[in-house]
Design a protein around this ligand. Structure first.
Ligand SMILES: [Zn+2]
Length: 100
C-alpha cells in the first residue's frame, strides 16, 4: 500500500473527475487528508485528455501542396483569420501548428 509522504500513514486510492468529466485515480491519506497523484495516474489522465482533444480532419489538394481545414471551434479558440501566418513545425509523430 502507498504511504503518505507527510505522515507515513497508509493512503487509499480514490476516484475523482476533472471539470471536463475525465475520471482519474488519486491517493488520499487516511489520517491527514493529504492527496497525491502518482506518475502512472497522471499519464492516464494526460492520455484521456489527448483523445478528448483530438480532431479528425481531411487534407485537400491545393496545387502541389495539401491544405488542412481547421475546425471552427479551433479557429475561434486560437483567434485565427484568413491569411494569418502560422508556423508549422515537423516533429517525430506529426506536425505542430504554432498560431502565435
Ligand atoms: Zn498523511
Amino acid at each position: 500500500m502507498r504511504k503518505c509522504t507527510e505522515c507515513g500513514e497508509g493512503m487509499q486510492q480514490l476516484k475523482a473527475k476533472t471539470p471536463e468529466g475525465i475520471e482519474y485515480d488519486y491517493y488520499k491519506c487516511r489520517k491527514d487528508g493529504e492527496e497525491i497523484v502518482d506518475m502512472k495516474q497522471l499519464h492516464e489522465v494526460a492520455e484521456r485528455y489527448r483523445v478528448l482533444k483530438k480532431y479528425n480532419v481531411k487534407l485537400s489538394k491545393w496545387g502541389l501542396s495539401l491544405g488542412i481545414r481547421i475546425p471552427k471551434e479551433l479557429v475561434e479558440k486560437y483567434k485565427l483569420k484568413n491569411e494569418k501566418e502560422v508556423s508549422i513545425i515537423p516533429e517525430k509523430t506529426g506536425i505542430r501548428i504554432i498560431t502565435s
